[in-house]
Design a protein around this ligand. Structure first.
Ligand code: CP3
Length: 354
């Protein structure tokens, strides 16, 4: 493999010195880019983009070609490939979010759940190797998975963004059943992320998009503990380099101290948290990734520059910050506003690394 030409992102995750604050954007490949929409049309659907290594590579590289200031790439795929491989039948309806044909609500169905053969996810690992080859050392490649709790919300509810009443009822009435789902899913995620690392992923991120819906004790029991288990099961070095891990609970700003004990190298922050206060709370244990409100990218280049400067100033001097949005970029973002953000990060961040 060609050596990395830009390892700024990996150094920041490991809290090593960098010349500026590295940056990437959650959902950086997606519908705000006209070139993504064209490829998606060509492929026929979102899932056929994910399942074909040529298409997945093409859309992963698109934001890097448009924005030379990006310091990382992320595998084009979805967290829901895992429940799909577990036999739940993922599908998308135009204009609606992802859904599953089958849900896990009956005890008998839950008891039948097993760790799937990783061959079911071979298309993801093929995409990882092809993307790595195509990147040719440009920037590091991030692999990812959903957290067991977040994947379980889709498996039990059959779709996302609900009030989570079915899965919460299970958590309180039949915790044994939910723990069974989470345990099988955590074992699956460990194998899945390690196979992505073996195929060439240079950092990994766990998306706990719905962890913020939980009560305090329930978050620790049903979400955090399983992410901790995953982090301890991850391959720590590959190709002679450390493979840093990032844990991101959306809406999880209350629990940063606990997240810093998972063994992850970095924590993702959504926009609700002041990053400077977060840094004081976690100390030198972890790096922080975030946390501009993605809605700011709908405004003007001047407003964007000001808000970027505020996030950088709040983090302050020193290492351990990866700039990002607090959640995925919205499809309504004008592409030139993303460029304004990336320019502002590069220009304003050098002063904090002297
Ligand atoms: O960041 C990247 O560029 C990598 C690609 C990526 C996608 N999904 C592509 C995608 C990543 C990292 C994900 C993760 C993901 N998927 C999460 C965790 C992150 C988060 O947003 O909290 C979740 C919860 C999902 C589940 C999912 N997939 C939802 C809720 C949706 C619909 C949302 C929407 O914007 O319509 C998807 C579909 C999806 N995944 C799209 C993309 C680019 C849009 C599909 C399309 O082209 O229509």
């Amino acid at each position: 493999m060609t050596p990395l030409q830009n390892d700024t992102f990996l150094r920041a995750l490991l809290r090593q010195p960098t010349e500026y604050t590295p940056v990437w954007m959650m959902r950086q490949a997606g519908r705000y880019l006209p070139e993504y929409k064209a490829t998606r049309k060509n492929a026929g659907s979102f899932l056929s983009l994910c399942k074909n290594a040529d298409f997945a590579t093409e859309v992963t590289i698109q934001p890097l070609d448009r924005y030379p200031l990006l310091d990382a790439s992320i595998l084009f795929s979805d967290i829901l490939t895992v429940p799909d491989a577990m036999g739940l039948g993922l599908y998308f309806e135009e204009g609606e979010g992802p859904k599953f044909e089958r849900t896990l609500q009956q005890e008998a169905d839950i008891k039948k759940l097993v760790v799937p053969d990783m061959a079911e996810l071979q298309y993801v690992f093929n995409a990882v190797s092809q993307i790595r080859k195509t990147l040719n050392g440009r920037v590091p490649l991030i692999g990812f998975s959903g957290s067991p709790w977040t994947l379980a919300t889709y498996m039990v509810e059959g779709k996302g963004g609900t009030d989570f009443l079915n899965i919460k009822k299970m958590a309180y009435a039949r915790p044994d059943l939910l723990h069974h789902i989470l345990d099988i899913t955590a074992q699956t995620v460990i194998q899945y992320l390690n196979a992505q690392i073996a195929a060439g992923a240079q950092a990994v991120m766990i998306f706990d998009s719905w962890g913020g819906a939980l009560a305090h004790d329930a978050y620790i029991e049903f979400s955090l503990n399983y992410m901790k288990k995953i982090v301890s099961g991850l391959t720590k070095t590959s190709e002679g380099s450390k493979v840093p891990s990032i844990v991101f609970t959306k809406g999880g700003g209350l629990w940063l101290e606990a997240q810093a004990e998972t063994g992850a190298d970095a924590l993702g922050l959504d926009w609700a948290v002041d990053i400077g206060s977060a840094r004081k709370r976690v100390g030198a244990k972890v790096a922080l990734q975030g946390n501009l409100d993605p809605a700011i990218l709908l405004s003007t280049p001047e407003a964007i520059e000001k808000q970027v400067a505020n996030v950088l100033a709040s983090y302050g001097h020193g290492n351990g910050h990866v700039f990002n949005l607090g959640h995925g970029i919205t499809q309504w973002t004008p592409p030139e506003n993303a460029a304004a953000m990336l320019n502002a990060v590069r220009e304003h961040s050098r002063q904090y690394h002297q």
